[in-house]
Design a protein around this ligand. Sequence first.
Ligand code: PEP
Ligand code: MN
Length: 264
Amino acid sequence: MKYEEVSKLWLNKEFSIPDEPMIIAGPCAVESYEQMHTAAKKLKEMGIKFLRGGAYKPRTSPYSFQGLGLEGLEILNQVKQETGMKIVTELMDVRKYNEISKVADIIQIGSRNCQNFDLLKEVGKGSVPVLLKRGMMNTIDEFLHSAEYILNEGNEKVILCERGIRTFDNTFRNTLDVGAIAYIKKNSGLPVIVDPSHSSGIKEFVLPFACAGIAVGADGVIIEVHPNPEEALCDGKQSLTIKELELILDRMKNEYYLNACISA
Ligand code: PEP
Ligand code: MN
C-alpha cells in the first residue's frame, strides 16, 4: 500500500476524535506510579485522551536513565485501567512487541529507529496503530518510505510525527521542519502530528512550535508534560507543567479550527 493511497479515516473511528486536534501528552519517561497517575488524572480532566510515557527509553548516553522497562509498562497498564486514558509508548526492540502491544493503544517508533526496517516490519504485521517519528537525519522521502515498510505489511494505522531534524543550527535541540508537515499533508493520506517538545527542546517554545505545525496542517501534537519538570529523570527542560499545558491548550485548538476553516 502506497502512502498516497491510505486514508486517515480510521483515526477518528478508532479513537472517536471528531473534528479535534489529536493531543498526546505526558512525561518523557515513566518514573513512578504516582507521577503517571497524577499526570493522567489531570490530563483527563482537561479532556485529553492520549497519555504518553516511555517505559523503554532510547538515551544517547548509556549512563542516563533508561526507563523502568517492564515495571514501567505495568504502571502504564494500571493507570490505563484506572483512568481510561489511551497509552502511547515506545517500542525499541522487535522482541518486546508482544509485551508492549498488550498495553499500548499506539506504539511509538522513535526517531532513532525510523529506519530500523525489521522493527517497522514487525509493527506492520500487527494491528496496533503506530506513531512513527521522523529520523533526525531522514529526508521526507526516506521518512515516507519508512512508513511504507509498515503499510506494506498490512497495518495501515500509521501516524507520522515531525519532531525536528539535525541542521547546522543548534539554537534549538532540533530544527522543526514545518515544510515536511505541509508536504506530507498534501502528498499522502497519512495523518501527521507535530512534536514541539523534542524539536525545540525548550519549554517556552512549545506553544509557537505547536501552533506553527498546526498552521501548516498537522492533525495534532505530542507534548511532554510532567507533574514536576524540575525533578524529571528525562527531558525536564522541555517539559511543561500540567497547568502550563492547560494554559496553551485553547490556543492550539483555536489554531486547528482556524486552519480547518481556511482549508475547507
Ligand atoms: C520521545 O518521544 O520520547 C523521544 C525519544 O522522541 P524522539 O524519538 O523523537 O527523539
Ligand atoms: Mn523526551
